[in-house]
Design a protein. Structure first.
Length: 143
């Protein structure tokens, strides 16, 4: 098994680098044309694939840049045409929605408090009224 390990490593390296070189975009390949890298990988064992990994493969920084310089969100817009971005606390529509929400919440809270007071009053009145004494056990008195 150890004597086949070198051949398997070479074949795996060639296949990996060859697939990567074929799939790379022409403009992103470094130092040589794409076809030259493919030939180098195929005909020079070990050195070709390793050279591709070191010197020919597109780098992450070059592969990631899709937007031309300057890569800002508003590139190409003159200053007066840029979309206006307003912070939420400066936006009058947002503040109006908050005020409406607050007033709705306050009305709902006042209604709940009134309902609670009404239920408590009913309970106090029910306790104050004399029972007919049929189903209710007597209340314990304090010491």
């Amino acid at each position: 098994m150890p004597r086949y390990l070198g051949a398997l490593l070479e074949i795996g390296l060639i296949v990996f680098c060859l697939i990567e070189a074929i799939q790379a975009e022409d403009g992103r390949v470094r130092n040589l044309p794409k076809w030259a890298w493919i030939l180098l990988i195929l005909f020079i064992p070990y050195a070709g694939p390793i050279a591709w990994l070191v010197a020919g493969r597109p780098t992450m920084s070059s592969a990631g840049r899709q937007v031309p310089w300057p890569s800002t969100q508003t590139a190409g817009f003159p200053e007066y045409e840029r979309p206006r971005q307003v912070a939420p606390d400066d936006d009058p529509e947002f503040l109006a929605r908050l005020a409406a929400s607050d007033s709705t919440d306050l009305r709902l809270l006042a209604q709940w408090e009134a309902d609670l007071r009404e239920r408590e009053a009913k309970m106090r009145n029910a306790e104050a009224e004399p029972d007919d004494g049929t189903d209710t056990p007597p209340r314990p008195t304090g010491p």
